[in-house]
Design a protein around this ligand. Structure first.
Ligand code: NAP
Length: 458
């Protein structure tokens, strides 16, 4: 029998998820020198995961990664099978039978919880919902955010918090020529939010913003970045952190915070106020969020290992709308082991494992493998490592030909699931671009599944 990976018996791989790690895994497979086919499964009709529905609309350069993915998708041995949810429309077992290997690159789709009283009061939202909403993700199309409030709070000081802050702080003129969803632009045009408080549980040296994102918050057309100079004093461990050569970002961030104003002379319409060493302990309000109760913290531990410890001293911050932006978490899929604490598939070097060892032929890459860290490019090396593990296992994978999507398509038809191919996505893509052109936008996204299917006359 011909070895798997030869022209006679190509290695057939299913990739589940069409974000960066899925495309980088596909690229690594196509570059490995073996004969390989890749079928990429995606639950939405459109590919690209967080590059489409996570990257902020005012960061078009970051979306250029799509040009690379588009090229990979045009490889003759690639198929997109969109609009298909693995774990619902197809079982993991069915995929495992149809392919030599399955690589899960399904990301981290939900949020970490604060687990404090009042977290779910009306007016308190997750950053994921808001980001999905302004980016036109169909799951969040019908969310409503009460932007009639003047004071907003964002919990967390990572790049997602920076995105949420910018979108709240920017003027319509700063957003109207981006690919922001129309419904979001309309709602933001009516926003009465004037003060945006961005809360960090640790100090300015530990904020997780990248410096470019933080700098942008100080350069907005009609919003000031504000910080109390007293909040910028550092303990000796933090001084050591920002002095370390390996921590240019920390040092730059502290410098940027020093450049923010304590009290602008001619204030702009909006203010983004940064607070440090404060942890949320309770959201208070009768029928909706009215106040946030914070506990003051001090830092404990060695440089780069400092954790926030409550001092017992509490302060209140009135607020009308609140966004929790404290990191994402993966979701389990039926038929696969799951580490609930970390929100990832348990794995060693990308080989998914359960209690009895590696699950044959099942791999993972990206955020579902390592957790929600890093920028888009970080996923390339991560996916290459997983593909290398898969290739090292080649001889132990099920021998002989695998049927691939040929056995899957009839199952989907029987279940009334209509898969969307890459060529069909290109038609939706062209229609979106056409809708954007008259408005001077790169595209006007379809935000409902039925609108997308209508383009295909399905
Ligand atoms: P993140 O960078 O991990 O930031 C999470 C923030 O939440 C941190 O400030 C963290 O503080 C805080 N936090 C966590 N648990 C908390 C709690 N219980 N109470 C209070 N604060 C808490 O996560 P993210 O902002 O969701 O970003 C995810 C990844 O996507 C990051 O790697 C990010 O760089 C990337 N991303 C990149 C871009 C871009 O390149 N433009 C845009 C968006 C996202 P501690 O530090 O104390 O844990």
């Amino acid at each position: 029998m011909a070895a798997v990976g030869t022209a006679e018996t190509p290695l057939r791989v299913a990739v589940v998820g069409s974000g960066p790690s899925g495309f980088y895994a596909t690229e690594a497979l196509f570059k490995c020198g073996k004969s390989v086919t890749v079928d990429m499964y995606e639950r939405l009709p459109m590919p690209y995961g967080l590059v489409r529905s996570g990257v902020a609309p005012d960061h078009p350069k970051l979306k250029q990664a799509i040009l690379v993915y588009d090229k990979i998708a045009r490889h003759p041995a690639f198929r997109l099978i969109g609009n298909v949810t693995v774990g619902r429309d197809l079982s993991v077992q069915e995929l495992r039978h149809a392919y030599h290997a399955v690589i899960f690159t399904c990301g981290a789709e939900t949020d970490r919880q604060l687990s404090i009283p009042g977290e779910d009061l009306p007016g308190s939202y997750t950053a994921t919902e808001f980001v999905g909403w302004y980016n036109g993700h169909p799951d969040y199309r019908d969310r409503r955010f009460d932007l009639s409030q003047e004071v907003a709070v964002i919990i967390g000081q990572g790049n997602v918090a920076a995105d949420v802050c910018r979108i709240l702080a920017k003027t319509v003129d700063e957003l109207k020529h981006t690919d922001i969803a129309e419904h979001a632009l309309d709602a933001l045009a009516e926003s009465r939010v004037r003060e945006i408080h961005v809360i960090g549980r640790r100090g300015p040296a530990q904020a997780k913003f990248t410096s470019k994102e933080l700098r942008e918050l100080g350069e907005l057309a009609d919003a000031d970045a504000v910080v109390d100079p007293a909040d910028l004093s550092l303990n000796p461990q933090s001084v050591a952190e920002i002095a370390a050569k390996s921590n240019e970002v920390g040092a730059k961030n502290v410098q940027l915070f020093h450049g923010f104003l304590a009290d602008p002379l001619r204030p702009k319409t909006r203010r983004c106020v940064f607070h440090f060493l404060r942890s949320p302990v309770e959201l208070l309000g009768v029928s909706r969020v009215e106040k946030l109760l914070l506990e003051k913290n001090r830092l404990e531990g060695a440089p780069f290992d400092q954790v926030a410890r409550g001092t017992g001293e509490k302060v209140e911050l009135p607020c009308g709308i609140l966004f929790r932006s404290i990191g994402y978490k993966g979701l389990p899929i039926d038929g696969l082991p799951f580490d609930d604490r970390k929100g990832v598939f348990p794995n060693i070097e990308g080989r998914v494992r359960d209690g009895s060892g590696a699950v044959p032929g099942v791999y993972c890459a990206g955020w579902i493998k390592r957790g929600p860290t890093g920028i888009i490019g970080t996923n390339r090396a991560d996916s290459v490592a997983t593909v290398n593990a898969l290739l090292a296992d080649l001889e132990s994978l099920t021998p002989g030909p695998a049927a691939g999507a040929e056995v899957i398509y009839p199952m989907l038809a029987q279940r009334n699931v209509r898969p969307i191919s890459f060529d069909e996505w290109l038609k939706i893509d062209a229609a979106e671009i056409g809708r954007g052109t008259p408005k001077g936008k790169p595209r006007e996204k379809f935000t409902r599944l039925d609108e997308m299917l209508r383009v295909l006359r399905v």
